[in-house]
Design a protein around this ligand. Sequence first.
Ligand SMILES: O=C(O)C1=C[C@@H](OP(=O)(O)O)[C@@H](O)[C@H](O)C1
Ligand SMILES: C=C(OP(=O)(O)O)C(=O)O
Length: 410
Amino acid sequence: MLTLQKRILKENKTIKISGSKSISNRLLILNHIFLHFKIHNLSNSQDTQLLQKALESDSETIDIHHAGTAMRFLTSYLAIKEGKTTVLTGSDRMKQRPIKDLVSALRSLGAEIEYLENEGFPPLQITGKKIVKNSVSISANVSSQFITSLMLIGAKLENGIRINLEGEITSRPYLEMTRKILKELGIECQISDQLITVKPLSTKEHFISNERFTVESDWSSASYFYSLAAIGKRIINLQNFKSTSIQGDSVLQTIYCKYFGINTICESGEHLISLMPIYYFPHPKEINLNLNDAPDIAQTICVTATALKIPFHLTGLATLKVKETDRLEALKNELLKIGCRTEITDTEIKSVEFFETTENISIKTYNDHRMAMSFAPFALVKSITIENPEVVEKSYTQFWEDFDAITDTN
Ligand SMILES: O=C(O)C1=C[C@@H](OP(=O)(O)O)[C@@H](O)[C@H](O)C1
Ligand SMILES: C=C(OP(=O)(O)O)C(=O)O
């Protein structure tokens, strides 16, 4: 339990967030498939550390805990690690997060993967094999991580890979992120409407053109500071960010400018951005957003909107039900404690009513780092207790230190 007494935002503080978890996890996999290259500003998140440890271990069982990207990326990685059989497992929640579309796609390419408990879910037993087939179809509306997982091994396959995407594509910017990283490392990849192709790197040519890769800082983590700046109306500076990014969550700049009056000012050459509140910003009547491209910032936006009592209607949230927790249910329950009654469907959340809350607000975090971090800025409105605050480690190890550094109890 962590009780945050009502806080104010300190003036003009600077925070340094570590590398993007998504970029880091892609680079670690590529680093182990191909030649090793140097990675700077690697994420210090628990998910990235778990993946790094898994890639370096020779153990027959890998427990990846709550790390979704690591689970999905390792599935393809281990499927092509010839001569090795590994059991890939995770937390209780991981055993409820789907993986069937990815396993079926890999099996159709010739991979040997068995379910050890429930059909369609981890744990998996994976026996690495040489894969020569190169054409695969996969439904694209459950998790983009399945598709990235296939893209990451594509260039290692003798004939590359052609991935036909079926249905609506969720979290599309993450696929673009993968393509851009592959390109930067000298791997040819194309994404057209519903088809992704990755060219093979021939054995002679096993060469990565870039010897060093600097990871941009994590835009999903930055969202909590946008929320603080919007609620606390003070400037916050963030280090190691640029306005142009390969992370889809950098759309925060547009969203927080349009709905919450936060301008993002970039110091050219400094890799520093300043979140500047517009002091007399008229609140919009309603926030209407489709977050199919940026699901990880949904919780942050709901809490900022509730703190400022701006009605919201967020759509495109189908994947939220299969993340660290059912984030739609979790939001509905916990927003009620901070004064917002919502209606949810399987894909949307809509505010229905704002009301004054009583004291002793205690927020459950459901083993979900983003529940803890997205509700923390509400401490600028009222004292609030965060249950199991250590969950933040999954993506942002020093979150509470940074939160303390820029807020004050006076
Ligand atoms: O590829 C990635 O790094 C991620 C893709 C997204 O998942 P889905 O595609 O399952 O929505 C996102 O929510 C997750 O935090 C990271
Ligand atoms: C959904 C997330 O992570 P993952 O799917 O990698 O567990 C997240 O970080 O919000």
